[in-house]
Write a protein that binds this ligand. Structure first.
Ligand SMILES: C[S@@+](CC[C@H](N)C(=O)[O-])C[C@H]1O[C@@H](n2cnc3c(N)ncnc32)[C@H](O)[C@@H]1O
Length: 235
């Protein structure tokens, strides 16, 4: 068990009074040793996924009524929580190999989130065709990501930031839950690439049901188009 995340259980449960449909939701994961487990990182929940979902539960105004897309969604808990908190649309995305579990979780959840269009779509960072497909209904007010920044090559970080930039609507924001793993090069490349694209990036505390999450455990990387008063008013 890492930071209250059990990667062995077949079902992950999130409870919070702000979640619609009774204050709780369940999402399937494929634990190590079970059918469907993938030896990458996508078939189980990571601590940042739970932290970002809890943060949205504590501050649902961040996503209520908004079009959201989640990058590297894994099992989809964070985006499904956004749907259950009142987002108008949530697109869950990940690499092709992750899509069968993610699509199944999106389909199972969408039945209980009337009023929110919840879909899953393949999206490899930097892949223009995938980005354009995701943009077919317009840019996104919120781009979500949990534990998607970890020891990547500079090239992959550049692709990730380009993808965020391409998807983000004017006045929108990127909310990334980030676990510090002493990978200085990755975070440095991330902030430098944001700056090179005119995106403002800063670190904020994550909120959980018991107050702020310990910063040694995880933080929120908040990214917006620099200096926008409209963005500041919303987020
Ligand atoms: C550590 S997991 C986090 C999963 C989930 N967000 C969570 O918090 O439980 C990282 C996720 O990023 C995805 N990912 C990694 N590289 C990617 C890329 N180049 N394009 C799209 N997704 C990627 C992985 O497939 C995986 O689902």
């Amino acid at each position: 068990m890492i930071h209250n995340v059990d990667q062995k259980t077949p079902v992950v449960r999130l409870t919070h009074p702000n979640l619609r449909n009774g204050g709780s939701l369940e999402v399937a994961q494929h634990a190590a040793g079970s059918a469907g487990f993938r030896p990458d990182t996508s078939s189980v929940l990571w601590a940042c996924g739970r932290h970002l979902a809890s943060h949205l539960c504590e501050a649902p105004e961040l996503i209520q009524g908004k079009r959201c897309i989640e990058l590297g969604a894994g099992i989809g808990l964070t985006g499904i929580a956004a749907a259950a908190l009142g987002a108008s649309e949530v697109v869950l995305t990940d690499v092709p190999a992750a899509m069968s579990l993610l699509r199944a979780n999106a389909a199972a959840a969408s039945a209980s989130h009337e009023g929110c269009r919840l879909i899953a779509q393949e999206l490899l960072w930097g892949e223009q065709a995938h980005i354009e497909q995701a943009l077919s209904r317009g840019a996104y007010e919120v781009v979500l990501g949990a534990d998607i920044l970890y020891f990547q090559s500079k090239e992959d970080v550049v692709k990730l930031v380009a993808t965020m930039d391409g998807l983000l609507a004017a006045g929108g924001a990127v909310l990334l839950a980030y676990e510090w793993r002493e990978d200085w090069e990755t975070t440095d490349a991330f902030h430098c690439e944001c700056a090179a694209r005119g995106l403002h990036s800063e670190q904020r505390p994550l909120r959980g049901p018991l107050g702020e999450v310990d910063e040694d455990e995880a933080v929120l990387l908040f990214v917006s188009r620099g200096g926008s008063d409209a963005t500041a008013a919303i987020f």
